[in-house]
Design a protein around this ligand. Structure first.
Ligand SMILES: *[C@@H]1O[C@H](CO)[C@@H](O)[C@H](O)[C@H]1NC(C)=O
Ligand SMILES: *[C@@H]1O[C@H](CO)[C@@H](O)[C@H](O)[C@H]1NC(C)=O
Ligand SMILES: *[C@@H]1O[C@H](CO)[C@@H](O)[C@H](O)[C@H]1NC(C)=O
Ligand SMILES: *[C@@H]1O[C@H](CO)[C@@H](O)[C@H](O)[C@H]1NC(C)=O
Ligand SMILES: *[C@@H]1O[C@H](CO)[C@@H](O)[C@H](O)[C@H]1NC(C)=O
Ligand SMILES: *[C@@H]1O[C@H](CO)[C@@H](O)[C@H](O)[C@H]1NC(C)=O
Ligand SMILES: *[C@@H]1O[C@H](CO)[C@@H](O)[C@H](O)[C@H]1NC(C)=O
Ligand SMILES: *[C@@H]1O[C@H](CO)[C@@H](O)[C@H](O)[C@H]1NC(C)=O
Ligand SMILES: *[C@@H]1O[C@H](CO)[C@@H](O)[C@H](O)[C@H]1NC(C)=O
Length: 388
C-alpha cells in the first residue's frame, strides 16, 4: 500500500475508532429447536479419521489443490444418506416496541470460526457499545431476527465432523428451521409475514443453496462475505494447515467431545490474515475473536460442492454485500467480481432484483471491523427499499 494511502486511511480510522454506537432497546430470547433432517445426501469421507496432525496437514496439501476431492476412481464421490433430529440453539430478537417491520424475520446464519454471536458481537470491556452488533442495527431498523448455532456449536448438537457436519446437512437444518418457524412450530417466534435469509461466508453458501433448493421458503436473500469464486478458499485452507482444535485450544475443546475432524487455524495472526483488513480493526476485537473462536470441520470442505448455488426459481430480491478485501472469496480484492454477467448475479436469473455492494475497508469478517455498522446500514436500506 502506498504510504500516502496508509496515512490517509489512518486518519479515517481515527474517526471510525472514536465512534461508539448506542444500544437500542431490543429483547432476545434463546431456546432449543428440535430440527429433523430426512434422507439427506452426505459424502463418505475418502480417508479414515486423522490419527495425528501430520496426516491432517498432509490432507491440507491435497485439498489446497482441489477441495472437492472425495472421489472414487470413476470421479464420483461416494455418497450415503442421513436421517436424524438435531438440537439447534437459536435466539429470537425483536424491538422492545415492535412496529410493522417486526413481522419481517431475518434468519441469520453464521460462517466458519464463529457461533451465532457473530451477529450480536460485543466486547466484554464495552458491553454498551453496539458498534459490532448486526442485531442491534436490524432491530433498531424495526426488524426481528433469528440467529442460530450451526452444528458443532453447543448447545446445538456436536455431531460427527467427518460424516454429519456437512454442507447438505446444514442446508437441511436451515430449511427445516425455516419451515418450522413459518408453520408456527417454534413457540417463541411469532409466525413471520416475510422471511429474509442473511448469511455470512459459509452461512451465505447455505442461504444461497436454500434459495436454490427451496425457493419458496425465502422472500429475500442477503449474502455477505461471499462470492462464487471458490478457488480462493484454498488460501484459507493453506493458512490453517488444518490444525486440530483439541490441541490448539484444549481447555475449550477437549478431545473427548471434539475429535480430529474439528479444525482451526494456528493463531491470532492467521485469524487476521483470513478475516480482517489492517488497520481497520481493534486488536482487542481480534484477541477476543481468537480466544472465543469455533472450529470448522473436515466434512464441510469435503461436501461443499454438493449444494447447488444456481437459483433460477428464486423470485425475491438478492443483495450481495462483499467485503472489499475478502481473502477467502476474492484473494483480498473483490472489486472485479459481481458484474452483471458474473456467476454471482446470473445464479439468480429469475430474481426480481440482484444488487451488489462492495463494503470498503473490511476483510472477510465484516462484523469485526470498525465500520461494521456502515455495512449493516447498507443491508437495512436495501431491505427497506424492497418493501420489507
Ligand atoms: C433417499 O434418497 C435417495 C436418493 O438420494 C432415494 O433413492 C431413496 O429412495 C430415498 N429414501 C427414502 C426412504 O426416501
Ligand atoms: C421487551 O422487554 C421490556 C422489558 O422487559 C418489556 O417492557 C417489553 O414489553 C418487551 N417487548 C417485547 C416485544 O416483548
Ligand atoms: C438433544 O437434547 C436432549 C436434551 O438435552 C438430549 O437428550 C439429546 O441427546 C440431544 N440430541 C442430540 C441429537 O443432540
Ligand atoms: C408443527 O405443528 C403442527 C401443528 O401444530 C403439528 O401437527 C406438527 O407435527 C408440527 N411439526 C413438527 C415437526 O413439530
Ligand atoms: C486427549 O486429551 C488428554 C488430555 O489432554 C490427553 O491425555 C490424551 O492423550 C488425548 N488423547 C488423544 C487420543 O489425543
Ligand atoms: C458463542 O461463543 C462465544 C465465544 O466463544 C461464547 O462466549 C458464547 O457463550 C457462545 N454462545 C452461544 C450461544 O453458543
Ligand atoms: C483491486 O483491483 C482493482 C481492479 O483490478 C484495482 O483497481 C485496485 O487498485 C485493487 N485494489 C487494491 C487495494 O489493490
Ligand atoms: C436461468 O439459468 C438457468 C440455469 O441455472 C437456465 O436453465 C435458464 O434458462 C435461465 N433462465 C433465463 C430466463 O435466462
Ligand atoms: C462505512 O460504510 C459505509 C457504507 O458502506 C460507507 O459509505 C462509508 O464510507 C464507510 N466508512 C468508512 C470510514 O469506511
Amino acid at each position: 500500500m502506498p504510504l500516502f494511502k496508509s496515512v490517509l486511511f489512518t486518519l479515517l480510522l481515527a474517526v471510525a475508532e472514536a465512534a461508539t454506537i448506542a444500544k437500542n432497546a431490543y429483547n432476545c430470547t434463546s431456546f432449543i429447536v428440535h430440527v429433523p433432517v430426512n434422507n439427506v445426501t452426505v459424502v463418505v469421507p475418502p480417508i479414515p479419521p486423522f490419527t495425528d496432525q501430520h496426516t491432517a496437514t498432509w490432507f491440507a496439501n491435497l485439498i489446497t489443490e482441489d477441495f472437492t476431492l472425495p472421489q472414487d476412481a470413476s470421479g464420483a464421490p461416494s455418497l450415503s444418506t442421513l436421517t436424524t433430529t438435531f438440537n439447534i440453539s437459536a435466539e429470537y430478537c425483536t424491538p422492545a416496541k415492535p412496529g410493522p417491520k417486526a413481522s419481517t424475520l431475518q434468519i441469520l446464519t453464521h460462517g466458519l470460526g464463529f457461533n451465532r454471536t457473530y451477529w450480536d458481537f460485543y466486547l466484554p470491556s464495552a458491553p454498551n457499545n453496539a458498534q459490532y452488533s448486526y442485531i442491534n442495527t436490524a432491530t433498531g431498523a424495526g426488524y426481528s431476527t433469528l440467529s442460530w448455532n450451526r452444528l458443532g456449536h453447543p448447545p446445538t448438537t456436536v455431531a460427527n465432523p467427518y460424516t454429519q457436519i456437512q454442507a447438505p446437512v446444514e442446508l437441511a437444518v436451515l430449511a427445516g428451521l425455516t419451515t418450522l418457524v413459518r408453520a408456527g412450530n417454534v413457540t417463541q417466534v411469532p409466525i413471520p409475514q416475510k422471511v429474509i435469509h442473511v448469511g455470512h461466508s459459509w452461512g451465505s453458501i447455505l442461504s444461497n443453496a436454500l434459495a436454490a433448493t427451496a425457493p419458496t421458503l425465502s422472500d429475500g436473500v442477503v449474502l455477505t462475505g461471499y462470492s462464487h469464486q471458490a478457488i480462493f478458499n484454498a488460501l484459507f485452507i493453506a493458512s490453517t494447515g488444518l490444525r486440530f482444535i483439541n490441541q490448539n485450544q484444549p481447555a475449550r475443546f477437549p478431545n473427548s467431545t471434539y475429535s480430529t475432524g474439528f479444525l482451526t487455524w494456528p493463531d491470532k495472526y492467521a485469524n487476521q490474515y483470513s478475516f480482517l483488513e489492517y488497520p481497520y480493526f481493534d486488536d482487542n476485537v481480534l484477541n477476543y475473536g481468537e480466544s472465543g473462536k469455533w472450529p470448522f470441520t473436515l466434512g464441510e470442505f469435503l461436501s461443499a460442492a454438493l449444494v447447488p448455488l444456481q437459483a433460477p426459481s428464486f423470485k425475491g430480491p438478492v443483495l450481495y454485500l462483499a467485503a472489499e478485501a475478502d481473502l477467502i472469496f476474492c484473494a483480498s480484492n473483490c472489486t472485479t467480481f459481481f458484474g452483471p454477467t458474473s456467476a454471482e448475479v446470473t445464479a439468480f436469473n429469475g430474481s426480481s432484483s440482484v444488487e451488489t455492494y462492495i463494503q470498503p475497508n473490511v476483510g472477510h469478517g465484516i462484523n469485526l471491523h470498525y465500520n461494521a455498522t456502515g455495512a449493516y446500514n447498507v443491508v437495512m436500506n436495501w431491505a427497506s427499499r424492497h418493501g420489507f
